[in-house]
Design a protein. Sequence first.
Length: 287
Amino acid sequence: MVDKEYSARVIDGRSLAKKVEEEVKMGVEVLKAEKGITPGLATILVGEDPASKMYVRLKHKACERVGIHAEDHDLSATISQEELIAHIHQLNQRNDIHGILLQLPLPRHLDDKDAMQAIDPKKDADGFHPCNMGNLLIGNEKFVPCTPKGVIRAMEEHGIQIQGKHAVVVGHSNVVGKPMAAMLINRNATVSVCHVFTQNLEQYTLDADILIVGTGVKHLIKADMVKEGVIVFDVGITEEDGKVYGDVDFENVIKKASLITPVPGGVGPMTISILMQHVLRAAKDAS
């Protein structure tokens, strides 16, 4: 099969993210012109984790591209839980900050769930607050985790039918797996959720019409674990010897998939563009 045929099967997350960012940029310009409001995002980074620093940098660059005001709140790795909560409460009170993002993971002595609950649900740009997660479960998808929402947007852009399809989610994290399953159920898919304790994983993946994988295990999904025509979203990422790999053996699985996301350049860019969308929506709601 020639490269051209292969490329038609690849979901280009970068171009989709660019489209979402253009929509956000237009929305930001309208909000500024009509209400004099510039959407504001505050990112909180606790400690010096290099990967977290890189992710925050990427989010700030996206803010720059779409016209969102971004503030980086770098806090010491030795900060106490009480001090972190107090800092979040200060940001909750600011009218010029519409979205708050607490970069995870936190240092081990801090409770991330407690910190997440301190964020005003109306400013929860990441969609992790229990109120927003609860709304997701009853079908009110306002502020929801950005990665699964990015996957849904990509499905919409490619005209993928979800209703009635068997969707298999591998990984049951609060960040991807659980909210992804809820969003698929909201769209009337039949959903199987697999994880590290699932026995005979391939019996589920082989039956998947839509397969979403987010485990962080390099090339967990092989070509003999999927059926012809499957649609694959690879949300996993592993770094090894300076190279980045996904959870899916892309080079071989693409031979059977009708559509597939690469790593990098697939779901990652979409996640950040959805974050921008959330900040704009929060600013509109507050205006």
